[in-house]
Design a protein around this ligand. Structure first.
Ligand code: PA5
Length: 435
């Protein structure tokens, strides 16, 4: 696919920053891009994601495809065990592409993906086990460090279940490990057991790892075309590496965020009018929150799904503290058409919508919302995808990743570390008496 599939628009943010400011921030975004591309900034040992879409190993893709082919006929369910960057990108892509009602589909060519290792809720696992009793399943256990408690605990429980259900030999066939090349407990287990394994490159941090086997294996297992996903990201990469800031959507996004932040806009609300984008928002929150929220700085990333949340958070968006930026991820075309039927009596008063599609109505809701929020003092940035498919999602992922690297450097932090994530772990280990 070569036509443009992501459109970036700032017309409803422009009156919140003057053009001189924006030009200064665009110049700063060029500087930050140079720092990123020359590898001269903080965290430069974690830049493996920057040119990743252009150099994904075809042997690795073939191995993924062969594991998918081998496990698909055997598995009704496929459990992805992982947390944070080892889970959110996968879920973002799969949920953006699959039907909201996928669990109810009777005829499925591919396993239905379910998740574990992202919570310590006992009830969650208690509810999961009967499903694993009932349905045939496979597992991908994903952890870069190979030592994270949540996935380690989940894997111990599920591995035990699997060995009981299928026997050790068959369980070994059904488990895939995705982890560090050399270190960590998961690496040791995978070696010892002889699981089909994949490496998470040293220089790609968790939240930037969706285009490594971390995301590619489960996304392919769910039946999606990872070649198109990579191609979308690759096209985005070529554009954002090359274009000058004025014409570069990723740099413009980074520039607007930082310009608005400097004026006191401290919260960015990522909104959508398409509920299947919920996990894109979750992934985006991790990407920006973990990359920028440090040293007492950083825009707070938050998200809402409209029109649902207009009936819960709409009031705050319209009239709450004026420190909000809104970034709308909009989808121009739906895959299906559902029209409003006519009704002879029109007791509900919606005959004026007869013949309109829900997308037309949803777009009017979006336009009305943007206008209202803008007029209420919220700068609104808009990102439009022509439709939801592997290629457009690949492009969106790279757009947000690249803008994040640039934006973090503009903010003056190391966007590629996450020292704060350790604090809760230390306390938890102390409370659990870990030696
Ligand atoms: O982005 C990150 O680095 C984190 O969110 C990690 O992905 C998360 O903590 C899981 O770590 P690991 O893959 O080592 O289990």
């Amino acid at each position: 696919m070569t036509e443009k599939e992501l459109f970036f628009n700032t017309e409803n943010a422009e009156n919140f920053v003057n053009s001189e400011d924006i030009n200064n921030f665009l110049a700063l975004s060029e500087e930050a891009r140079k720092t990123l591309m020359t590898g001269t900034g903080a965290g430069n040992d974690f830049l493996g994601w920057v040119d990743l879409p252009g150099r994904i190993d075809s042997a690795e893709i073939k191995k993924i495809e062969s594991d998918v082919k081998r496990l698909t006929p055997k598995c009704r369910l496929f459990v992805v065990i992982g947390i944070g960057g080892s889970y959110l990108g996968t879920r973002a892509v799969i949920e953006a592409l699959q039907s909201e009602f996928a669990p109810f589909e009777q005829e499925r060519k591919h396993p239905y993906i379910i998740y574990a290792g992202h919570t310590l809720s006992e009830d969650y696992y208690a509810q999961l086990m009967p499903l694993l009793d009932r349905y045939d399943y496979g597992v991908a256990v994903i952890s870069k460090s190979g030592t994270t408690t949540e996935p380690a605990v989940a894997f111990r429980i599920i591995k035990g279940h699997m060995e009981k259900k299928y026997g050790q030999e068959e369980a070994r066939e059904r488990i895939i490990a995705i982890t560090d090349a050399h270190r960590g407990a998961l690496h040791a287990i995978a070696e010892q057991e002889g699981y089909s394994s994949y490496v998470i490159p040293d220089n790609v941090g968790g939240r930037f790892s969706v285009l490594t086997p971390v995301g590619l294996l489960p996304i392919a297992m769910a039946g999606y075309d990872i070649h198109r996903l990579i191609e979308g990201a690759h096209q985005a990469m070529q554009e954002y590496h090359r274009l000058p800031a004025q014409e570069n959507d990723a740099l413009r996004y980074a520039a607007y965020r930082n310009a608005l932040y400097s004026k006191g806009y401290k919260v960015e609300m990522l909104t959508n009018f398409t509920p299947s984008l919920k996990y894109v928002s979750e992934w985006w929150k991790q990407l920006y929150g973990e990359s920028e929220g440090k040293e007492g700085r950083g825009i707070l990333p938050h998200s809402l799904s409209f029109t649902t949340d207009l009936h819960s958070m709409g009031q705050y968006m319209q009239e709450g503290e004026r420190t909000l930026i809104e970034t709308v991820v909009s989808v121009a075309n739906s895959h299906e058409r559902v029209q409003i039927p006519t009704d002879e009596k029109d007791l509900d008063g919606v005959n004026y919508l007869t013949g309109k599609s829900l997308t037309e109505i949803n777009h009017c809701a979006e336009r009305g919302t943007i206008e209202a929020h803008h007029d209420g003092g919220v700068p609104v940035i808009r990102i439009e995808l022509t439709e939801l498919n592997e290629s457009s999602i690949g492009r969106l992922i790279y757009f947000f990743e690249y803008a994040c690297g640039v934006s973090g450097y503009m903010l003056g932090v190391n966007p590629f570390n996450q020292p704060g994530v350790e604090a809760y772990k230390k306390n938890m280990f102390r409370l659990l008496g870990k030696k």
